[in-house]
Design a binder for this molecule. Structure first.
Ligand code: FAD
Length: 382
């Protein structure tokens, strides 16, 4: 398929996080001329800050508040990752940082055990059934504290070193003959004929938590795009703080989850996360929050007490009340959006790129994505 299937020849993409970069490559590969606008180069938004878990089971199932279609979208997204990562490595000549599952989820109290039971029950209907493994936890990962009362091995939940992925994507975008990287904020104008798309046929909004505050100049004054389509105002900032420690002997070998804390071993560091702070646009980490996260990680994995802290940092997730992204056509002509991926933007980047490229070039709305459209009935309710 290529751009000959449509009259659309060019698109302006706003934001070069993992979502914008993935969409840019997919659209450019299909023949569209892409201008990728990014105000901070190299991009250091949520995609750089994330932990890189690809966790449809732990993140998207068994949670009452979730959008009902979120698990199916995340599951389909996770299935694309192995091949997508291989292709990215081949074309960039760089590592993607991808590792398949399993991940291990453990509970030390009744609330945690109930969460695991809910995940297990919900997954029973899918071909991803986790293994209950509290009785042989020591054989699976010796680093876990020995008083866990429940444990699940989740085959579906892998991980990626998202900083490597971002770097590989940037390399591919910089080399692509149909992608023009514009290291600047986009300047959109409202003219007598409608939106000017900064000189393109269409605009795609992938500006993370700032998607709703992209502005359009109208009669000499800036107007927030969410004033023209209120669904974009659903995307809220959710701050997150994290730290990394040095890899040491006896440290976890796979991703470990317990409650809201996770420990994600990478080749050169172990990530410990994360706080979840609705409405907070954090600019630096707070020592008490980092100390608390570290203490919780040591509770899960006592050996981490000996691991020196390497770094702490913050990020801002683009979140919605139902934890689901907004994917599709806005109320504005030829303005599309792919944002609000909240805790699953790394996981969902490859499938988002496919969904958006299909929609932009053919008008086809993926059945997986229909209820994530900006003004779908379900979106309006949340
Ligand atoms: C602490 C933390 C942990 C996380 N862990 C995970 C995880 O384990 N797994 C997972 O799947 N997801 C995780 N996430 C979520 C994931 O990081 C996000 O969902 C994802 O990165 C969103 O990608 P994005 O491209 O939409 O946004 P971003 O990466 O934030 O990119 C948006 C870009 O738009 C640019 N921009 C904004 N406005 C403009 C403008 N007007 N003009 C030009 N450029 C603009 C910004 O500079 C930025 O670079 C985590 C997030 C955080 C903060």
């Amino acid at each position: 398929m290529n751009a000959q299937n449509t009259s659309l020849q060019s698109i302006a993409i706003v934001g070069a996080g993992i979502v914008g970069l993935s969409c840019a490559l997919e659209l450019a590969d299909r023949g569209v001329r892409v201008s990728l606008f990014e105000k901070q180069w190299p991009p250091r938004g949520a995609s750089w800050a994330a932990a890189g878990m690809l966790a449809p089971a732990f993140e998207a199932i068994g949670v009452a508040e979730n959008h009902p279609g979120l698990f199916d979208l995340c599951d389909a997204g996770a299935r694309l990752w192995p091949e997508w990562a291989r292709a990215l490595e081949t074309r960039s000549g760089k590592p993607s940082g991808y590792h398949p599952g399993p991940s291990l989820a453990v509970a030390f109290d009744q609330v945690g055990a109930e969460k695991l039971a809910a995940v297990q029950a919900a997954l029973a209907e899918h071909a991803l059934a986790p293994t209950e493994c509290v009785s042989n936890l020591g054989d699976i990962d010796q680093s876990v504290a020995n008083d866990a009362i429940a444990a699940l091995l989740l085959p579906s939940d892998g991980q990626v070193d998202n900083r490597l992925t971002l770097d590989a994507l940037v390399t591919c975008a910089e080399r692509h003959e149909r992608i023009d990287i514009r290291r600047e904020e986009i300047a959109l104008k409202w003219t007598a004929g409608g939106l000017d798309h900064a000189g393109h046929d269409a605009t795609l909004l992938t500006a993370g938590w700032q998607t709703g505050s992209v502005t359009i100049e109208r009669d000499g004054a800036p107007v927030d795009i969410r004033d023209l389509d209120a669904s974009l105002g659903q995307i809220q900032p959710i701050g997150g703080q994290m730290l990394s420690v040095a890899p040491i002997e006896g440290a976890p070998r796979m991703t470990l989850r317990s409650g809201h804390v996770y420990i994600v071993p990478k080749a050169n560091r172990i990530i410990i996360g994360a706080t979840s702070e609705p409405g907070r646009v954090l600019s630096q980490s707070e020592p008490d929050q980092i100390a608390e996260l570290r203490a919780q990680a040591i509770r899960i994995c006592p050996v981490l007490e000996h691991a020196p802290v390497l770094e702490s940092w913050v990020g801002v997730r683009p979140g919605r009340a139902n934890y689901a992204p907004i994917l599709g056509q806005t109320k504005l002509d030829n303005v599309f959006v792919a944002s609000g991926h909240f805790r699953n933007g790394i996981l969902l980047a490859p499938i988002t790129a496919q969904i958006i490229a299909d929609l932009v070039l053919t008008g086809r709305v993926s059945p997986l994505a229909a209820t994530f459209a900006p003004n779908a009935e379900l979106s309006e309710r949340v």
